[in-house]
Design a binder for this molecule. Structure first.
Ligand code: NAD
Ligand code: TYD
Length: 352
């Protein structure tokens, strides 16, 4: 049984078994032994507890298999751990899935955020609520950069659901004086990303010598950031962000999709020496509502909180490719679904 009284903060991290959440927890749990981290995740296809092996037995970490759509279980959890902060990452996160089936995005990303806000509101005097959001809320930009003051103009059901959640968080700050911060980050890449997103999908297909699909003409531009730079930014914003504020997080590495894919093919060719893999690139029909360009102005987090992206893009991409090469079992398990059994095998019999 966890003795919650000895922890200065009792923080619910939602979506901690996903890509960014697990990168965040592997960094934060050893770093902040004075905090208890309660990982709430319902383990969708994107949730993999195997991502958390390095912290799963730590005394200031606990996992609760809870769906953020379930307000009763959430309420019990808030009570059980006397929670005084939330870092909210749980979401349906893939644009293509949101186009095929938007409902889960509405339920998890909007209703789930609402459920958490309602519980936070009851503890308003001693609570920080950090919503981890995306640059996709701003839509596409031809020239220039999005600032924190740019109007929201979401294109996909995913982006619209995240924008709705941001608005709810802002409303709870204004109406109920809840201490909130929102971070809007650009496209992440790095270890433990589910191989449906562009970077890990390309690495996997390149390794298997399967076709690598490029939507449209491949000229769509994203502002890429290495996941560890994002996690450092989350730490700074959670601890030092001004209440009621939003912070953009972007490293400024703007690249067209075709450059990303070509770059990955060349890195793997160099590492394995059996290319060229570029011939696997296959242009396919465009994504409906496909945003042409994302680009963020991150001067606010730099000047207020001293954040900088420390990883160079080329080095981070190289390291990422190396990680997937060294962890092909992890990739295979994602595809076969084997990773979903990790909870049953290692966790479900345990008591918290
Ligand atoms: P992910 O899809 O890898 O992980 C999402 C996690 O949330 C999974 O562990 C999943 O099991 C869990 N989850 C989903 N629905 C849930 C529910 N109803 N209840 C409880 N848990 C649930 O996503 P990610 O890429 O790690 O993104 C994390 C957050 O960061 C999301 O809110 C996303 O919008 C935001 N974000 C992501 C990026 C990016 O490039 N990946 C960029 C900016 C912001
Ligand atoms: P993605 O990784 O899905 O992130 P997001 O849609 O949140 O930006 O896609 C990144 C870019 O890559 C986006 O412009 C769509 C494109 N893309 C492809 O061209 N082919 C693919 O197979 C995927 C998954 C994405």
């Amino acid at each position: 049984m966890i003795s919650k009284d000895r922890f200065e903060k009792r923080i619910i991290v939602t979506g901690g078994a996903g890509f960014i959440g697990s990168n965040f927890l592997r960094r934060a749990v050893p770093r902040y032994r004075q905090y208890l981290f309660v990982n709430i995740d319902c383990l969708t296809y994107a949730g993999n507890l195997g991502n958390l092996k390095t912290v799963e037995n730590d005394e200031n970490y606990v996992f609760e298999k809870i769906d953020v759509r379930n307000d009763e279980l959430l309420a019990d959890c808030f009570e059980k751990y006397d929670v005084n902060a939330v870092i909210h990452l749980a979401a349906e996160s893939h644009v293509d899935r949101s186009i095929i089936g938007p409902e889960a995005f509405i339920e998890t990303n909007i209703r789930g955020t609402f459920n958490l806000l309602e519980l936070a509101r009851r503890r308003v005097h001693d609570f920080r609520f950090h919503h981890v959001s995306t640059d996709e809320v701003f839509g596409s930009i031809e020239d220039g950069l999005f600032s924190e003051l740019s109007p929201y103009n979401p294109s996909s059901p995913y982006a619209a659901s995240k924008a709705s959640a941001d608005y709810l968080v802002q409303a709870y700050h204004k109406t109920y004086r809840l201490d909130t911060v929102i971070s809007n980050c650009s496209n992440n890449f790095g270890p433990y990303q589910f191989p449906e997103k562009l970077v890990p999908l390309t690495i996997r297909n390149a390794l298997l010598k399967k076709e690598i699909p490029i939507y449209g003409d491949g000229g769509n531009i994203r502002d890429w950031i290495f996941v560890e730079d994002h996690c450092r930014a989350l730490d700074l914003i959670f601890h030092g962000g001004r209440s009621g504020n939003t912070y953009n997080i972007g490293a400024g590495y703007e690249r067209p999709n075709l450059d990303i894919v070509t770059g990955i093919c060349r890195i793997i060719d160099r590492m394995l020496g059996d290319g060229p893999r570029e011939r696997l690139i296959t242009f396919v029909g465009d994504r409906p509502g496909h945003d042409r360009r994302y680009a963020l102005d991150s001067s606010k987090i730099k000047s207020e909180l001293g954040w900088e992206a420390v990883e160079s893009f080329d080095q981070a991409l190289e390291n990422t490719v190396r990680w997937y090469l060294d962890n092909q079992e992890w990739l295979d398990d994602c595809i076969s679904g084997e990773y979903l059994k990790y909870y049953e095998k290692n966790y479900s019999r345990r008591r918290n």
